[in-house]
Design a protein around this ligand. Structure first.
Ligand SMILES: Cc1cc2nc3c(=O)[nH]c(=O)nc-3n(C[C@H](O)[C@H](O)[C@H](O)COP(=O)(O)OP(=O)(O)OC[C@H]3O[C@@H](n4cnc5c(N)ncnc54)[C@H](O)[C@@H]3O)c2cc1C
Length: 290
């Protein structure tokens, strides 16, 4: 199929893009086009205007500040994945990015595009949620930071206003002494995840779990923070039994029943991925690699 008719606007500044967003009823942003173009071709999206931001200067930079990584709206998945500076500061990002689609898609697709697209099974929104990250958005009302916890509403739906553009996403630093892991299961490598788990674990001086951040993609209608699992882990000695008991609490958070087994399979996958991710994170914390 071909897309329905739309106006094409090649914005040269963020202000031009915001103006264009305000001038039409229904607009979309063309960043990497890896999700948008199929949606246009299948007529899932039939916007009045497509606003191309690829000519806007200054949106393609990665900056690292005290372990936090900020990526501009035109930073491609692959650009961040290959950034030695970002990897040295924040190795979790590369581990998660390795699971995003295939290299040709990562060459074009952007991190901010993935966050704006808000596919509930996408990896980078879950990483943003796990780290308590935020996006910076600009619209006709000015600029604001939107925490990940307030951003994702539902599958492919965010709280951004219709004239807002994400100009950057910020992934906060890993806590000192922590370990990290991103684990997922896909039917084929490069597919969206059946379930994916992002984990950051900080053991205390006594070896017990001092803090835990976990999030998941694929299990619900949006990326979710696994607060009950986190609470059950903190204070334990992170033994296999303690982690298994905590992981079992994910069951109630799995609302995506679309696995042909009423969600049973996805619950089992999520539990297993949690135990793997926590074990890997603990191992890395012990090795002082985070
Ligand atoms: C075969 C295939 C497999 C894939 N597998 C995965 C996968 O496993 N995991 C995964 O996470 N993704 C996957 N993707 C999607 C891919 O990662 C996309 O690149 C990403 O979801 C969107 O980024 P983009 O820059 O291409 O955005 P675009 O396609 O250009 O835009 C997507 C949507 O986001 C909005 N948008 C984009 N940028 C902004 C912005 N700066 N501000 C506001 N709104 C914006 C647009 O309006 C549009 O609605 C896959 C895609 C394909 C084709």
């Amino acid at each position: 199929m071909k897309p329905a008719r739309f106006e094409y606007v090649a914005a040269k500044t963020v202000a031009e893009a915001i103006d264009a967003r305000s001038s039409f009823d229904d607009t979309v942003i063309l960043a990497g086009g890896q999700s948008l173009i199929p949606m246009l071709n299948y007529r899932v999206a039939q916007p009045d205007a497509v606003i191309d931001i690829n000519r806007v200067p200054g949106l393609d930079t990665i900056s690292v500040d005290n372990g936090a990584v900020r990526v501009g709206a035109l930073v491609r998945h692959r650009q961040l994945e290959l950034s030695a500076e970002a990897f040295a500061a924040h190795p979790l990002l590369r581990e998660a990015l390795d699971n995003v689609a295939h290299i040709p898609i990562r060459n074009r697709g952007t991190i901010c595009g993935s966050i704006a697209h808000a596919d509930a099974a996408a990896e980078m929104p879950a990483v943003l949620v796990c780290l308590d990250g935020f996006v910076t958005a600009q619209g006709s009302g000015g600029e604001r930071n939107v925490p990940a916890s307030d951003l994702f509403l539902f599958h492919m739906t965010t709280t951004l206003d219709s004239d807002e553009i994400i100009t950057s996403a910020t992934f906060p630093a890993l806590p000192k002494g922590s370990g990290y892991a991103f684990e997922e299961l896909t039917r084929r490598h490069g597919d969206y995840a059946v379930a994916g788990i992002c984990a950051v674990i900080t053991p205390g001086p006594d070896g017990n779990c001092a803090s835990a951040s976990l999030s998941a993609c694929g299990i619900a209608e949006k990326p979710v923070r696994l607060s009950a699992v986190e609470a059950a882990l903190v204070g334990t000695n992170l033994s296999d039994d303690a982690v298994s008991a905590a992981a079992a609490l994910v069951d109630d958070m799995v609302t995506n029943e679309d696995d042909g087994a009423g969600g049973r399979y996805r619950r089992q996958v999520a539990r297993t991925l949690i135990t793997r991710a926590v074990a890997k994170a603990c191992q890395r914390a012990a090795q002082g690699r985070a």
